[in-house]
Ligand binder design. Structure first.
Ligand SMILES: C[S@@+](CC[C@H](N)C(=O)[O-])C[C@H]1O[C@@H](n2cnc3c(N)ncnc32)[C@H](O)[C@@H]1O
Length: 224
């Protein structure tokens, strides 16, 4: 069961047609469990590096998802060790709820190991979105979709990207669609997120230890 606005948003951004969906850093497994219901033709892979997390999840899945037992697998693995080459068809790798630096490392390692595969990634870092976007641009990834949500006074960017650069739009260093609001509520979220992000980088700039002028300039150029 998807329990939060953040996980619901991620679930909604999974488009139909994937053969394998990897819920990486799955922890409680809520996202993968929701996808078992909403993506009924996909094989759902639950991945976490902590053995106790995976054994508890395996027990819960056996208890509550036995009717779909042929459609899920558990893997106690580091995200960088995903056995993607063993599977065919369209694959989506979801990584959410960990820091942007870590997600950046995961995506770079997966891409390096599986350069010949066309992979989609659905990413939701808890911070360091700019760093992640820089790496995705450097890797020549393209954008399928992006969204901005607020939950418990925290802001989350969700990005659906593809390692196939020819298919979709280029990735913006600061996002594009996330700043375009279709409601007063979304406008308010975008304004608050921009304000918070600018304040964050202004504080870093004042500390004078890390060069962030280019990042500030990019965020200051956003019009809402
Ligand atoms: C905060 S939980 C995120 C849960 C869920 N994805 C979400 O967004 O709510 C982070 C999980 O990432 C797992 N994790 C951290 N590093 C990992 C790695 N290198 N490979 C696989 N899992 C990892 C941790 O064990 C933990 O269960």
């Amino acid at each position: 069961m998807t329990r939060s606005k953040r996980l619901s948003q991620i679930e909604q951004m999974v488009t139909p047609g994937y053969t394998h969906i990897w819920d990486c850093c799955c922890d409680h497994g809520f996202l993968g469990a929701a996808l078992l219901s909403s993506q009924r033709t996909a094989q759902i892979h639950f991945v976490d590096v902590v053995p106790t997390v995976m054994s508890e999840l395996e027990s819960r899945l056996q208890r509550f998802c036995s009717d779909s037992a042929t459609r899920w697998n558990t893997h106690c693995l580091d995200v960088t060790e995903l056995p993607l080459e063993q599977y065919s068809g369209r694959q989506l790798i979801i990584i959410a709820g960990v820091g942007g630096d870590l997600i950046t490392q995961f995506v770079a390692a997966i891409q390096q190991k599986h350069a010949r595969l066309n992979l989609d990634f659905l990413l939701c870092p808890v911070h360091r979105q700019f760093t992640l976007r820089q790496k995705l641009i450097e890797l020549n990834f393209s954008l399928r979709d992006e969204a901005l949500i607020e939950e418990n006074q925290r802001f989350y960017e969700v990005m659906l990207v593809s390692s196939n650069s020819k298919l979709n739009a280029p990735i913006s260093p600061v996002g594009e669609k996330i700043w375009q609001s279709d409601s007063a509520e979304q406008q308010h979220i975008a304004e608050a997120y921009l304000h918070k992000t600018l304040s964050h980088y202004q504080r870093i700039q004042q500390g004078n230890k890390v060069a962030v002028d280019h990042i500030l300039a990019a965020y200051r150029a956003i019009t809402l």
